[in-house]
Design a protein around this ligand. Structure first.
Ligand SMILES: [Zn+2]
Length: 440
C-alpha cells in the first residue's frame, strides 16, 4: 500500500514539478519519506547500468542511451542529471506502473560519485562503469582517494565493473572483485613517453605507495602505469582503442571497427570507448555500437560554436575545480595550430555552492597556451586577478585582464577576426553565450 502511495505521490509531484518548472529530485524525496526502501520494492529492468567518475559521466551516459535506443531497447535515464538518490527515485518511480514495474529494458543512471553508495543500498547495477578518478571539486569532494573510498561501498559483489585500465586509481576497484571488464587505449598517435601537467598524481602507486613507472601516457597520468614493487599495473584490455587518427578524426576499436569523431579530444575518445564497452556488454553488436557512436554530437552542449563580430568561436566547457578538464581543452587548442584568441572566464567557481577557493588554478597547465598561434589571452570574471596571478607564473606574455565579461566580449567583438576559444565552466558559460550569436 505504501509502495503504491509513494509511486502515486512521486508521479503527481513530477507532473506538478514539470508544470511549475521545478527540479526533479523533490518528488523522489517525498516518495522516500513515505517508503524509505521503495527502490528495493520495485521491479527493475534486466540491465541496470550505472556510470560514475570524475569526468565524462554525462557524455558517456548520453551515448550509451543513444546506442541502446538505436538497438531497439527501451531505456530510462536521468537526462535531467539529478544523480543523487532522490533524483534516481523520481526517475524510477515516474517510469513505473502503479504496481511497481519499471517499463524499460535498461535503467541507466548517471551517479554522483560521492553518493553512489547511498543510491545503491537498495539495488545494485548489473554493469557499473567508472570512467576515471582524479582531482575534482576539492571543496566538495576532497581528494580523489577520498572519493575512491566513498564509491567502494557502492560496489556489489555481483556487479560487473567496467573500468578504465589506464587510470591507476580507479583501476584499484578491481581488487578482490571477480567480474571486471577493462577498457583502454593502446599506445597510439596521441601518446607520449611520460606523464605531463604541472603535478604528477601518478608518481606513486595507489596500492603500496612505491614509485610508479610508465610505458606511455595518453594525458596527465593516464596511461600504461606500472608499480615498481607490488605488481599493480595497466591490465590487458577487453575493449581497446587500437588506433587514433586525429587528422582523419577517427579511432579504431579492437582493430575491427572505426568510429568517426565529431570532436577530436581525448575525452571524447574515452567516453566513446566506455559507452561502446557498456553497450557491447548489453548485447549490442559492434557494428551498431560503432555506427551510432560515429560522428555522435553530444546534446549536453559541452562544446558549442558561435560568432562574435568577425570571430568564429568555440566554447569548450571546462569544469572549474577540475584541472584535468582544463588541461584537456588547452591541449586541444594547442594542437590545432590555428591563429586564435582565448578567453578564460572564472566568475562563479560552482553553480551549486559558493566558494572562492581558487587553488585549483595552480594545477592547470596554462603554459600549454604558450604557442605562436595563440595570439592573445583574455582573463575575465570575478576571479580574473587570481587568474592573472597564475598567468604571471607562466611563459605567456600576451594576456590581459578584464573583470567585466560583457566588456571583454565587446572588446573581442570589435577587434580581430581570429578563431576564438572560450574556456569556462557550466556555472559561467551563459554569461558569454548570451552575448554571442549561436550557430546550429
Ligand atoms: Zn604498488
Amino acid at each position: 500500500m505504501r509502495k503504491r502511495l509513494a509511486i502515486l505521490v512521486c508521479k503527481l509531484g513530477h507532473f506538478v514539478g514539470k508544470l511549475i518548472g521545478k527540479g526533479s529530485s523533490m518528488p523522489g524525496k517525498f516518495a522516500l519519506k513515505l517508503c524509505p526502501d521503495i527502490l528495493r520494492r520495485v521491479d527493475l529492468p534486466e540491465h541496470i547500468i550505472a556510470v560514475t567518475g570524475s569526468n565524462g559521466k554525462t557524455s558517456t551516459v548520453e551515448m550509451i542511451a543513444a546506442v541502446l535506443r538505436a538497438d531497439g531497447k527501451r531505456v530510462v535515464y536521468n537526462e535531467e542529471g539529478s544523480n543523487q538518490i532522490e533524483g534516481v527515485t523520481t526517475l524510477v518511480l515516474t517510469n513505473a506502473t502503479l504496481g511497481g514495474r519499471v517499463r524499460a529494458d535498461v535503467l541507466l543512471i548517471e551517479s554522483d560519485e560521492r553518493y553512489a553508495a547511498r543510491t545503491f543500498q537498495f539495488f545494485h547495477p548489473t554493469e557499473f562503469v567508472i570512467t576515471n578518478l582524479y582531482r575534482d571539486q576539492l571543496t566538495r569532494n576532497g581528494h580523489p582517494e577520498w572519493v575512491y573510498r566513498s564509491i567502494l561501498p557502492a560496489i556489489h559483489p555481483e556487479t560487473e565493473l567496467l573500468l578504465n585500465a589506464d587510470d591507476p586509481l580507479s583501476s584499484c576497484f578491481a581488487q578482490g572483485h571477480e567480474a571486471v571488464k577493462w577498457f583502454g587505449l593502446d599506445r597510439c598517435s596521441i601518446s607520449s613517453d611520460g606523464p605531463g601537467g604541472v603535478y604528477h598524481d601518478g608518481a606513486y602507486c595507489p596500492v603500496c605507495r612505491a614509485p610508479m613507472e610508465y610505458d606511455y601516457v595518453h594525458y596527465n597520468h593516464i596511461g600504461a602505469f606500472r608499480c615498481t614493487k607490488c605488481g599493480h599495473r595497466k591490465p590487458a584490455t577487453d575493449y581497446t582503442v587500437t588506433e587514433v587518427d586525429l587528422e582523419q578524426a577517427r579511432v579504431t576499436i579492437d582493430g575491427e571497427v572505426n568510429v568517426s569523431l565529431a570532436f577530436r579530444s581525448i575525452y571524447n575518445i574515452y567516453n566513446i570507448l566506455a559507452a561502446y564497452a557498456a553497450c557491447r556488454e548489453c548485447g549490442v553488436s559492434r557494428e551498431t555500437a560503432a555506427s551510432v557512436l560515429s560522428n555522435y554530437l553530444l546534446k549536453n552542449g559541452r562544446m558549442q560554436t558561435f560568432r562574435l563580430g568577425a570571430h568564429h568561436g568555440t566554447l569548450l566547457t571546462s569544469k572549474h575545480e577540475n584541472s584535468i578538464a582544463y588541461d584537456t581543452n588547452l591541449r586541444y587548442i594547442a594542437s590545432l595550430e590555428q591563429d586564435c584568441a582565448v578567453l578564460v572566464i572564472v566568475d562563479a567557481v560552482s553553480r551549486k555552492y559558493f566558494t572562492s577557493e581558487t587553488s585549483w588554478l595552480w594545477d592547470i597547465d596554462f603554459d600549454r597556451l604558450a604557442a605562436p598561434h595563440v595570439k592573445r589571452v583574455v582573463l575575465a570574471g570575478r576571479y580574473c586577478n587570481d587568474l592573472a596571478e597564475r598567468f604571471s607564473y607562466t611563459e605567456l606574455e600576451n594576456w590581459s585582464v578584464e573583470p567585466d565579461i560583457a566588456k571583454a566580449a565587446a572588446e573581442l567583438k570589435a577587434n580581430g577576426d581570429e578563431e576564438l576559444f572560450v574556456v569556462t565552466c557550466f556555472s559561467d558559460r551563459d554569461k558569454i553565450l548570451s552575448r554571442v550569436e549561436k550557430e546550429g
